[in-house]
Design a binder for this molecule. Structure first.
Ligand code: FES
Ligand SMILES: [Fe+2]
Length: 470
């Protein structure tokens, strides 16, 4: 038990009490390698314990407030730079009723345009594309990649269209570590300030040196927050993912939040959760290798007497990833090779940290629906250290799953699809249950659900600003 954070006298009413089991920080102190300071340091100010009204999930009115005051002001992950590698490559990012074309307008420039023709408003593009210009399929008004008007059909009939006034309206675009973001608010703070301190933490993991290898998108019948919040705490594992308890120390997890826009959950891999049945180190190792999708162990590694599965698994990961991508992981911590370092950026972007294939989540409303969401899972693969050994990269298609399909139908996700499906099976029942509530409110845990409360507080800050019309 960590004395510095547990204060028995006030019975935890001020949020100071932590799980009585070994904390994530205490486990980090046993790491085989040096652990970066930013992983050791805790950041969890008590955010209160008031109940949360359920209308934040169920009401169209609250959804509308989020739409007009929050989504129109925040930085949103739109795509990866490798989605549009060549000049003229473009793709579409939709949020609510808004739609944007993200286009590589020259070698070093990515621009974003409101995806609406200035003539009669047709969407200029509906999907990924390539072209030397942007032509509307309805009557053929056409723009250059830099947004300037290129062609007017029947120009004799449009003497009132002045080319210099007919640039495609732009949305703010900025990039960080290969992620392209948009923001509909011209007065929003710069992206790097918004993300702070994420860039400092991720500097070491450098996701700019990675490329997207898997992208699966699924429609989920639930409010976008219901879906996202299923991935923002670890203690549901006991009931929803019992098979991972031998290797996932769920209740021991760390929850940190920073400023308004960033929080994280650090969940240890390689020690059993406190509610797991008795397991030995061999069982732990086997479940990491065969139950987590982290690395496949063809050697059937045995844990020698007196040794720990966590350390053996971490070493196996260092070797396996080094063999794959040529990078040297010999001094990288067990935590960075194994653990679920789940970062979230408000409102809906979640880039995991660490060195193995990084998992990225994105959650957003399905169009204008408060009761349906889109969840995406993206994997990034690190480039080979030797440029001569890097495979030529072709942008990968998005694999779309509808509401009736399972994550596990996407074979490229291997074992993790089954874990997502466990979360998915729960979501309709959460949605139905909160609507059936007599209490009308939800009660979050002070610590383990502090990240949910953190983001709800930030939603309130945006709503307090009032509507923003892009
Ligand atoms: S609506 Fe686009 S050219 Fe007519
Ligand atoms: Fe889960």
């Amino acid at each position: 038990m960590s004395e510095k954070i547990n204060d028995e006298e006030n019975n935890g009413i001020d949020g100071s009490v932590r799980s009585p089991y070994t904390s994530y920080t205490e486990y980090l102190e046993e790491d085989a390698k040096d652990v970066p300071d930013f992983l050791m340091e805790e950041s969890n100010e008590f955010l209160g314990s008031e109940d949360i009204p359920i209308d934040r999930y169920t009401s169209k009115e609250f959804f509308q407030k989020e739409a007009e005051s929050m989504w129109t002001r925040v930085w949103q992950f739109a795509c990866r730079v490798e989605d549009i590698p060549e000049v003229g490559d473009s793709l579409v990012y939709d949020i609510l009723d808004y739609s944007f074309i993200i286009v590589r307008s020259d070698k070093d420039t990515i621009k974003g345009y409101y995806n609406s023709c200035l003539h009669r408003g047709r969407k200029l593009k509906t999907e990924r594309g390539f072209g030397k210009d942007i032509e509307c399929p309805f009557h053929g008004f056409c723009w250059n990649l830099d947004g300037s008007l290129k062609h007017t059909p029947a120009p004799w009939d449009f003497p009132h269209v002045k080319a210099e006034e007919w640039n495609l309206p732009e949305v703010r675009v900025d990039t960080w570590q290969g992620f392209v973001f948009i923001n509909m608010d011209d007065n929003a703070i710069p992206l790097l300030e918004y993300l702070d301190p994420l860039p400092e933490h991720h500097e070491r993991w450098d996701l700019a040196d990675c490329k997207k290898v898997i992208h699966v998108s699924k429609v989920v019948p639930g409010n976008w927050k219901t879906v996202q919040e299923a991935f923002m705490e670890a203690f549901h594992a006991t009931k929803i993912h019992p098979e991972i308890l031998p290797f996932q120390a769920d209740e021991n997890s760390r929850y940190d939040h920073y400023g308004d826009h960033m929080n994280r959950n650090l969940a240890l891999v390689g020690k059993p959760g406190p509610h797991c049945w008795p397991v030995d180190e061999q069982e732990i190792l086997d479940t990491i290798f065969y139950g987590s999708g982290r690395v496949f162990d063809e050697d059937k590694t045995l844990v020698p007497d007196g040794q720990e599965a966590r350390k053996i698994a971490a070493e196996k990961m260092r070797e396996a990833f080094s063999a794959t991508d040529g990078h040297d992981y010999s001094d990288k911590s067990d935590a960075e090779m194994l653990d679920a370092l789940v970062y979230n950026v408000f409102p809906n972007f979640s880039p995991w940290g660490g060195f193995p294939r990084n998992l990225i989540y994105r959650f957003r409303p399905n169009g204008n629906r408060h009761d349906s969401a889109i969840m995406e899972a993206i994997f990034l693969q690190r480039n080979h250290k030797d440029p001569k050994k890097q495979e030529p990269y072709e942008p990968i298609p998005i694999h779309y799953l509808d509401e009736d399909q399972n994550w596990d139908d996407a074979e490229e996700l291997t074992g993790i699809g089954l874990i997502f499906d466990q979360d998915m099976s729960n979501i309709p029942e959460v949605e139905a249950g909160i609507r059936a509530s007599k209490k009308g409110k939800l009660t979050y845990a002070n610590y383990q659900e502090s990240r949910l409360r953190h983001f709800h507080k930030t939603i309130d800050k945006y709503i307090a600003k009032g509507p923003h019309k892009p």
